[in-house]
Design a protein around this ligand. Structure first.
Ligand code: TYD
Length: 133
């Protein structure tokens, strides 16, 4: 599957820890940063794939599950450590669910917001993968 777990450096200190994302950690230039917060525990976010864009997800606070499907394989990955992120490359369907109370998902994207890069129907995603394989 077109994903990668990435461990971020953790600078431990009795006053609190620091994790840093700087050059070379991500295989692209950062073009956009956004975050999901105040997500009700019963809600699901995502529900799409990207044709080109890569996204790096970090559970800045709390935890949530990322349900992944590339049409050949399905996987669920729980993100619950602020220094362990998930890089989702292109052509992977993702759904985010089971958000803990107060959790925050930071997303670092390789592209500016572009609705043309989204595939929001799973049938269309399957057709896109087939056509491009
Ligand atoms: P959407 O991509 O559907 O959210 P998610 O997949 O995380 O559940 O986006 C929800 C709305 O927010 C949609 O109208 C587009 C808008 N939006 C922006 O304008 N810019 C952005 O960078 C993002 C991620 C969303």
């Amino acid at each position: 599957m077109n994903i990668e777990r990435i461990d971020l450096p953790k600078i431990e200190d009795f006053r609190g820890n620091i994790s840093v994302i700087e050059k070379n950690i991500l295989p692209y230039e950062i073009k956009r940063v956004y975050y999901l917060y105040d997500v009700p525990s019963s809600a699901a976010r995502g529900g799409h794939a990207h044709k080109e864009q890569f996204e790096f997800l970090i559970p800045i606070s709390g935890s949530f599950d990322v349900v992944l499907n590339d049409t050949k394989e399905k996987r669920t990955i729980t993100l619950n450590k602020p220094n362990k992120g998930l890089l989702i490359k292109s052509n992977v369907w993702r759904e985010l669910e089971n958000f803990s109370s107060g959790s925050v998902c930071l997303v670092i994207s390789s592209g500016e917001y572009d609705e043309e890069d989204y595939i929001r129907e799973f049938d269309a995603f399957e057709a896109f993968v087939k056509a491009n394989s």
